[in-house]
Ligand binder design. Sequence first.
Ligand code: FEO
Length: 169
Amino acid sequence: MISDKVKNILNEQINKEFYSAYLYLAMSAYFDDMGLYGFANWTKVQAREEVDHGMIIFDYIVDRDKTVELKQIDVPDTDFKSPLQVFEKILEHERYVTSLIDSIANLSMDECDLATRNFINWYLKEQVEEEKNASDIITKLKLFGEEKASLYLLNEELAKRKYHKHEYS
Ligand code: FEO
């Protein structure tokens, strides 16, 4: 049985994951407008993975016989200035999400809820990957600059990302 405190923080996290999807979709639209279709693809695939993250928590709350509470999704900030600035925003956002996941892990320990503590392990690992992905792209953008030729090559690389349903394991 999960406590109301744990249920509430998990419901909050569903909202944050769906907000993340909105944020990545806004970024995808920005890249699409710029003609950077590979960047647009990468962020759109990420948006779909964020929906999966939200749905996995949704299913967990249902499985634990608690009530899912869907909250209003904030409008994402769309003040995008360049590919590098967008990826810096992504890294900042993912670090924030990591802090939220850490809070769920800590609360589940405080509440002696080992099932939720175990459940959230997958998200802790996922966040390491999410931060690394953004950080790697920032490194490339800084190393090779945002000149047209290097942006073209990175755009081609990011175009290859394919969506695979994110399964909880
Ligand atoms: Fe679901 Fe990007 O964290």
